[in-house]
Ligand binder design. Structure first.
Ligand code: AMP
Length: 246
């Protein structure tokens, strides 16, 4: 395992070399649709002072702005299918190159395939960087179906997520945070939900296996109150000890 190794014995130890920039902290949140990774990623990003980069939000923003990227992504999103890897990787690479990501980022919804994971690993390796840890929020499929059919998302820029059962808004239909109207996404209809799970779970397990093999995976039980999941995630990050799963 190489996590936390700070030198190769030949050059100066990274943390003692004033000219060497602090390595970026790149955390990946992994979880099925409805596992709560969006909510948790926002909370973790806030706690660590890093930007929250959600691939689904980037696609939806591109769609709203009627950009070519959004138009290309739309036909896959509507079917509950994954957008092709090359398009997705390019979008994330551009986002990670933005100035607010110089200290790192919380990636949410990316990578979703092993090909994306390998592309990210390669992208980071080119800058002598690597993923810091992969946080897997584990939730059963029955619970996922129950949660997804009650999901409402705000129409504000940040697309805050609420749930009829788990995190209801204070005023029905209105976002607690920015006061915008809540709406159900077209891809949160029951038929689409099943299709999304069937299409997205197998590649997600492959991504989990990929990072498990690299010793970077931390698994957190996701069927507990939001605050407890957040506390468990932050504790895992500060402990820094990967937990093997499966
Ligand atoms: P999400 O908001 O994460 O559920 O994403 C909504 C939709 O955007 C997904 O159903 C996919 O169609 C697309 N999408 C988001 N992230 C990715 C990704 N990493 N790879 C491929 N497609 C993605």
């Amino acid at each position: 395992m190489t996590r936390g190794r700070s030198g190769n014995g030949k050059g100066p130890v990274a943390s003692l070399d004033p000219n060497r920039p602090t390595p970026r902290r790149i955390y990946i949140m992994v979880g099925a649709p409805g596992a709560g990774k969006g909510t948790q990623a926002q909370l973790i990003a806030q706690a660590l002072g890093l930007p929250h980069i959600a691939s689904g939000d980037l696609f939806r923003a591109a769609l709203q702005a009627d950009e070519a990227l959004g138009r290309e992504a739309r036909r896959y999103m509507e079917k509950g299918a994954l957008v092709p890897d090359d398009v997705t990787v390019r979008m994330i690479a551009d986002r990670l190159a933005q100035p607010d990501a110089t200290a790192g980022a919380i990636l949410d919804g990316f990578p979703r395939t092993v090909a994306q994971a390998i592309a990210l690993d390669t992208l980071l390796a080119r800058r002598s960087e690597r993923v810091s840890a992969v946080l897997y929020i584990a939730v059963s499929e029955t619970e996922l179906m129950r949660r997804l059919s009650g999901r409402w998302v705000c129409t504000g820029r940040q697309q805050h997520v609420f749930n009829e059962m788990l995190r209801p808004p204070k005023v029905p239909g209105i976002c607690d945070i920015d006061g915008t109207k809540l709406q159900q996404r077209p891809d949160d209809q029951p038929k689409t939900i099943r299709a999304r799970l069937d299409k997205q779970l197998p590649p997600m397990y492959e991504v989990i296996d990929h990072y498990n093999e690299l010793g970077l995976l931390m698994a957190i039980p996701g069927e507990q109150p939001v605050e407890e999941v957040t506390a468990a995630l932050l504790a895992s990050i500060s402990r820094g000890t990967p937990v093997a799963v499966r």
